[in-house]
Design a binder for this molecule. Structure first.
Ligand code: TYD
Length: 205
């Protein structure tokens, strides 16, 4: 595919949103149009699925159902938005992608390799060229999101132990896919993190 596919990953409360704004600005400053999108969601069907997955009401949701819903949302997202944009040579920036499923469902929910299998159908050849992984101790991340407790979704409500497993998963993925995953120390200052990301983006461009 002709385009460039960038994804941003990390535990809840890792400061992902701030750096996404910086990445958008990086391309804006260079007059490069990007397609910005997010998961779960990114399409009308995906946004509906997102509502179901994150709804606090569905405490009974089976972990495999959860994994499959994320993958279903992703399949639609790839088919409708990501693949066409990459085929047209565009830069696609996506807030969370397949690594979130591998970390949250594969490690956090302990579904293991089944998550890779399900997602290989959803993603096919649409693998990110580069993935920024915001690395922050889950406890610190949790403290950051505690501030608005009432707004927490079903996943954020999970206990610290779950988020520790997710983080361990991310670190494993960083090792396994070292050719594409760039770990960023998210405990650094906001500007330092931005500079590190910009350096890498310059390199990739
Ligand atoms: P969101 O509000 O987008 O969280 P954030 O702002 O932290 O990105 O909610 C997405 C939640 O869903 C988040 O807790 C991570 C989780 N998630 C998975 O468990 N698996 C997945 O495949 C994806 C994409 C997200």
């Amino acid at each position: 595919m002709k385009g460039l596919f960038i994804t941003i990953e990390g535990p809840d409360g890792s400061g992902k949103s701030t750096q996404i704004e910086n990445i958008k600005k990086f391309f804006e400053d260079r007059d490069i149009d990007i397609v910005f999108t997010r998961e779960p969601g990114g399409t009308p069907i995906g946004e509906r699925i997102r509502e179901i997955i994150l709804d606090n009401q569905f405490k009974e949701m089976d972990y495999m159902t959860e994994a499959m819903l994320y993958a279903a949302s992703r399949a639609q997202h790839v088919a409708q938005v990501i693949r066409p944009a990459l085929q047209a040579g565009k830069v696609v920036v996506c807030d969370r992608f397949v690594d979130s499923s591998l970390a949250y469902q594969g490690y956090g929910r302990r579904l293991g390799e089944s998550v890779e299998v399900i997602n290989s159908f959803a993603v096919q050849d649409c693998v990110p060229d580069i993935t920024f992984l915001m690395k922050v101790d889950p406890k610190m991340g949790r403290n950051r999101i505690k501030e608005n407790r009432e707004n927490q979704d079903r996943l954020e409500h999970e206990k610290l132990a779950f988020h520790r497993e997710v983080y361990k998963g991310y670190l494993e993925l960083e090792k396994k896919y070292s050719e594409r995953i760039v770990g960023i120390d998210a405990s650094l200052g906001i500007d330092e993190i931005r500079d590190e990301i910009y350096r890498k983006l310059e390199e990739v461009l």
